[in-house]
Design a protein around this ligand. Structure first.
Ligand code: PLP
Length: 385
């Protein structure tokens, strides 16, 4: 029998995918399910973007682009940093990638040697750990809780740093908690990481989807920070597989080399489509959507608290609520199964996001319409009563 790599044994699947498949099977059998497990906006890609894609395909813009991305798209992303954050970023430092996933792989690929550690928060986005393992590194997970808004603090970074730590990963807003890192902490952590002559990687994929304040980009604190972003979430383009990486100038040649080898380039029609993503007409549509997400958060957060879920911190961004469910269960995975089968509500158990008391948490996504969220809350209320 064919033997497969040891490396692949280290990689964990998204457990929520099995739950989603179960939900789909129940739907196929005629049951109605409220989806609060899915991490992508239900909105279609806005029309200015789809129109631009169709134009590009009709014109024959379907060949490989340079590995670092279409020059005009790199320039537009640079302009976006200037307009949105007032931060000047050279287009030369911007790399267009197949999703934030491609950006994470490139950043870790140029930073990590086998056996080295990458520090990250638990709970956190599951792929981060798996990418590090895939590259032969060791995820150095640090537990975070409500008392620090589920974000790493400068003191924790200092405390857990080892001689093997090569880089630190942050995400703000975070998946699964929706919480932001405060600016002072980000500034302090940037300084600490620079003192250690290590790298800071900040995942800003949920930027644009914030509801109480506009966070600044980690790029405003240092030109040496690696920033990950994407057209998936705020821009509503998950399936187009397009993201970007902003990297220090002296890393770009290595990233170019790695991108050429790993995937040649990001998808060309998607890159042409994304040129329309920054047009005022499109940004207006995205702003309306952001407001809808805010309304949903403002509805779902108090509704879940009312039902008895614990949400001590107000999540300020993304479209997730990471809710404590200790009042109902000491096994959130089994509880998610029960909610799916008995209440017709699909949610993601904490287990997908790490080892930090995952059995006490469920992630609720508000990526579905207000009416469906209200229906979901009604079902939970009936079931829990
Ligand atoms: C925190 C975070 N980073 C990165 C990604 C990957 O996004 P994509 O590759 O679609 O841009 C996701 C997707 O859910 C995410 O939640």
């Amino acid at each position: 029998m064919t033997r497969y790599s040891e490396r692949i044994r280290e990689i964990e699947p998204f457990r929520v995918m099995a739950l989603l498949a179960q939900a789909r099977a129940l739907e196929a059998a005629g049951k109605d399910i409220v989806h609060m497990e899915i991490g992508e906006p239900e909105f279609p890609t806005p029309e200015p973007v789809t129109r631009a894609a169709i134009r590009a395909i009709e014109k024959g813009d379907v060949h490989y682009t340079p590995a670092l991305g279409l020059p005009q798209l790199r320039e537009q992303i640079a302009d976006f940093y200037q307009q949105r954050y007032g931060v000047s970023v050279s287009p030369q430092r911007i790399v267009v990638t197949p999703g934030a996933s491609g950006a994470l792989l490139l950043a870790l690929g140029v930073l990590l040697d086998a056996g080295q550690q990458i520090m990250m928060a638990d709970p956190g986005y599951p792929c981060n750990r798996n990418f590090v393992r895939f590259l032969g590194g060791v995820p150095q997970v640090v537990n975070v809780g409500a008392e620090t808004d589920y974000q790493l603090t400068a003191a924790q970074v200092e405390q857990h740093w080892t001689t093997q730590t090569r880089a630190l990963m942050l995400a703000s807003p975070s998946n699964p908690t929706g919480t932001l890192i405060n600016e002072q902490a980000l500034a302090d952590i940037t300084r600490i990481v620079a003192q250690k002559k290590a790298a800071l990687i900040v995942d800003e994929i949920y930027h644009g989807l914030t509801y109480d304040s506009e966070p600044t980009t980690a790029l405003s604190f240092s030109e040496d920070t690696f920033v990950i972003n994407s057209f998936s979430k705020y821009f509503g383009m998950t399936g187009w597989r397009l993201g970007w990486l902003v990297a220090p100038e002296n890393a770009i040649n290595d990233i170019d080399k790695l991108a050429q080898n790993l995937f040649l380039a990001a998808p060309t029609p998607a890159q042409y489509a994304a040129l329309a993503a920054f047009e005022p007409e499109n940004l207006q549509i995205l702003e309306q959507r952001r407001q809808q997400f805010q309304q949903r958060r403002d509805y779902l957060l108090p509704a879940l608290r009312e039902l008895g879920f614990e949400l001590p911190v107000t999540p300020e961004g993304a479209f997730y609520l990471y809710a404590g469910c200790e009042k109902f269960t000491d096994d959130s995975s089994a509880f998610a199964q029960t909610l799916l089968h008995e209440a017709g509500v699909a949610v993601t158990p904490g287990r997908d996001f790490g080892d930090n008391q995952p059995e006490k948490f469920l992630r609720f996504s508000y990526t579905t319409s207000m009416e469906r969220l209200e229906e979901g809350v009604r079902r939970l209320q009936t079931y829990l009563a």
